[in-house]
Write a protein that binds this ligand. Structure first.
Ligand code: NAG
Ligand code: NAG
Length: 307
């Protein structure tokens, strides 16, 4: 039922394109490079939501200030995020985090070269939200509540949460794209997004059997719980895996170390925009905003469900 709703969007867009003479159908500014359908446009702009979220999380976590300081204007007038703060990071983790944040600015620019995009949605980076997500993942309140900004390990675990849909969005969208330039763009985004995600998984894997102080939970268990929560909210089966899995779920069914997340052929999982919204809203429902996007995500796809 939910899956078919996306089909409805697609079909509606196509019907509209057929009914409305081309010259009147361009209230959406599709640049000359992308003379494609509204559907393609909607797919191209959608990942901006995730890029805004993760860019702000990394930039503010590393430096205490975000996009509006690093790249004035890129947010297109969207409201500043709430609740983010400079994390208490060691120099290496701060360096890695800043690299990721700056790379996200580049990727925001890349999509906005192709489509006009939309203003930054309201983004919630409150530590209480992370604590709530972690409590939900463990099925019970942690005491004291999880603090994403307390130290480098906690911050990398929080990064595991904000990037849990990681490269999935690009893997999910690429097969739906028609235009060669769109595919080139998304292939490039996929490469760097999965590089970022995997580098953080490797950081956590080096510490997989260490506890996450003050809790008696290992880093590996933590990642498993966060991934399970994402799978449950996404409602499309197992597409996110922790950094240590049962050997039969590892590469070639032979290893339990799972730095590189993938299916039985070690291919990346794809997710639809709807799955992404269900997970990042934390509601399990693409029509009910919340979580990182208290007022909902932006763009045609998210707004279609929200309004
Ligand atoms: C469409 O958007 C591009 C990039 O934002 C801009 O350069 C161009 O002038 C716009 N075209 C129209 C017709 O608004
Ligand atoms: C999602 O929310 C809408 C509106 O509240 C509701 O009609 C729909 O049944 C919900 N879907 C699921 C799967 O819970």
């Amino acid at each position: 039922m939910l899956r078919s709703s996306f089909l409805v969007v697609l079909l509606t867009s196509l019907v509209l394109l057929l009914l409305i003479p081309r010259s009147y159908s361009s209230e959406i500014n599709v640049t000359q490079t992308y003379p494609s359908t509204k559907f393609e446009y909607a797919l191209l702009e959608f990942p901006l939501n995730i890029q805004y979220l993760v860019a702000e999380f990394f930039l503010i976590g590393a430096k205490g200030y975000g996009l509006d300081a690093f790249a004035p204007g890129l947010a297109q007038g969207g409201p500043p995020p709430i609740g983010g703060q400079k994390a208490n990071l060691d120099p290496l983790t701060e360096d890695l985090t800043l690299q990721s944040g700056l790379a996200l600015i580049g990727r925001l620019r890349a999509i906005k070269r192709a489509v006009k995009g939309f203003p930054r949605p309201l983004i919630n980076l409150n530590k209480e939200l992370f604590a709530q997500i972690v409590d939900q993942a463990f099925g019970q309140p942690l005491n004291p509540p999880f603090d994403p900004y307390a130290n480098s390990l906690n911050y990398q675990l929080a990064a595991y949460i904000t990037t849990v849909v990681g490269p999935n969005i690009y893997v999910g969208i690429i097969p739906k794209l028609q235009n060669t330039e769109s595919k080139e763009l998304f292939a490039g985004l996929l490469g760097t997004a999965s590089g970022g995600r995997t580098s953080r998984r490797a950081y956590l894997y080096e510490r997989w059997d260490s506890p996450v102080p003050p809790y008696k939970v290992t880093v590996a268990e933590f990642t498993n719980r966060i991934s399970e929560r994402a799978n449950k909210l996404g409602m499309e089966g197992i597409k996110s895996e922790g950094i240590v899995v049962s050997p039969w779920n590892g590469a070639e069914g032979k290893v339990s170390g799972n730095v590189i997340e993938g299916d039985k052929y070690s291919l990346s999982y794809g997710r639809t925009p709807e799955e992404i919204l269900r997970i990042l809203y934390g509601s399990g429902n693409e029509t009910i905003p919340g979580g990182f996007y208290p007022h909902g995500a932006n763009g045609h796809i998210a707004q279609y469900y929200f309004n």
